[in-house]
Design a protein around this ligand. Structure first.
Ligand SMILES: Nc1ncnc2c1ncn2[C@@H]1O[C@H](COP(=O)(O)OP(=O)(O)O)[C@@H](O)[C@H]1O
Ligand SMILES: [Mg+2]
Length: 328
């Protein structure tokens, strides 16, 4: 678990605090996405956790230990760190880059080589093809993959990621988001990720922390953030299409009406999102869809009216809906 207790940072020579009385708790094995306008204190917050920046006040507990009581070098070996421009060592091969921390930890050579192969395969890079290559020969997306492989190499329980997909084009970014969310969840990492992209936050965060001018404005699961923004700033930040965004988080099967549609209707997988169901209705010109379970059997139905009701559901109803298999 990562816990920040009233953490503040005022840089020398500045008037205002860059981070002010920040409380944040990230349970083990979950991903917290930090989001907010440029300059709101996201990077400062991350870098206080691995002590690249010392807090002015407050406490930061990582895995039960106050980070100020740990040698920073030791600490950083237990915390993976991925940044936008990756910072691969240009004169090292890809394999040597991934091996950096295991080398520092003095692992035996054979164990390191096996780990490098495992990590490259994990992030979708064929070790036989990539281990001996130089960073300069890779695309931006491939470099990000290596950056993540390197950060994961020593199996740190905690990962800090600062706009890890900021430098890659939108198509590659969407794929990396999906893949890495899956990998981090499967490995049970506790993650804090910074982004300024609300769609990325909604896709990747178990919970999303919205910051403004150094302060935490709202900290909630994506579902609740979209259903019940804490104030006008958050509502504006998540966008006027938040109703539609919410529909992408809700599986049809989770809010299905019982039985079959009244008339003929197209069928769709029960795990498809309400947004997918809605587009199918629009393209087919129907006002209902039949849901089909993984066993191929009917699993209830949805109507246009029902989707509209779900979209308009109040805060209380929204919090009881399961999204992506997680309890919101
Ligand atoms: N080393 C520094 N010295 C003085 N001010 C800084 C320093 N680093 C960051 N700041 C200021 O702190 C605020 C938060 O910065 P940062 O955490 O980088 O924002 P974000 O990552 O959300 O864009 C900004 O106003 C920035 O100018
Ligand atoms: Mg930043």
């Amino acid at each position: 678990m990562i816990r920040l207790e009233r953490v503040s940072k005022t840089f020398p020579g500045t008037q205002r605090a860059s981070v002010e009385a920040l409380d944040l708790e990230v349970p083990d094995g979950t991903t917290c996405v930090l989001i907010g306008p440029s300059g709101c204190g996201k990077t400062t917050t991350l870098r206080m956790i691995n002590r690249l920046i010392e807090p002015s006040s407050g406490r930061i507990i990582v895995e039960g230990v106050d980070v100020t009581h740990v040698d920073p070098v030791q600490l950083r070996r237990r915390i993976g760190y991925v940044i936008q421009s990756v910072g691969l060592f240009p004169h090292f091969t890809i394999g040597e880059n991934v091996a950096t921390v295991p080398n520092l930890l003095g692992w035996p050579k054979a164990k390191i080589e096996a780990r490098v192969r495992e990590m490259l395969a994990l992030v979708g890079l064929d070790p036989a093809e990539f281990a001996a290559r130089n960073p300069a020969s890779l695309s931006g997306g491939q470099r990000q993959r290596v950056g993540v492989a390197r950060a994961l190499a020593a199996d740190p329980p905690v990962m800090l990621m600062d706009e890890p997909f900021g430098a890659v084009d939108p198509v590659v970014r969407a794929r990396l988001q999906r893949e890495f969310a899956e990998i981090l969840r499967r490995l049970g990492k506790t993650v804090i990720m910074v982004t300024h992209d609300i769609d990325e936050a909604i896709r990747m965060g178990d919970r999303v922390a919205i910051m403004r001018e150094g302060r935490l404005v709202q900290y909630d699961p994506p579902e609740r953030l979209l259903a019940a923004p804490a104030d006008a700033f958050v509502a504006d930040f998540v966008g006027s299409d938040r109703g539609l965004k919410r529909l992408t988080l809700i599986a049809g099967g989770d809010v299905a009406l019982p039985g079959r549609p009244a008339g003929p209707a197209p069928a769709i997988a029960a795990e498809a999102s309400l947004q997918t169901a809605l587009s199918l209705m629009l393209s087919e010109g129907t006002d209902a869809v039949l849901l089909v379970g993984q066993d191929g059997l009917p699993a209830g139905h949805l109507t246009l009216t029902h989707i509209r009701e779900v979209a308009a559901a109040d805060h209380a109803a929204a919090t009881s809906i399961t999204c992506h298999g997680r309890q919101a």
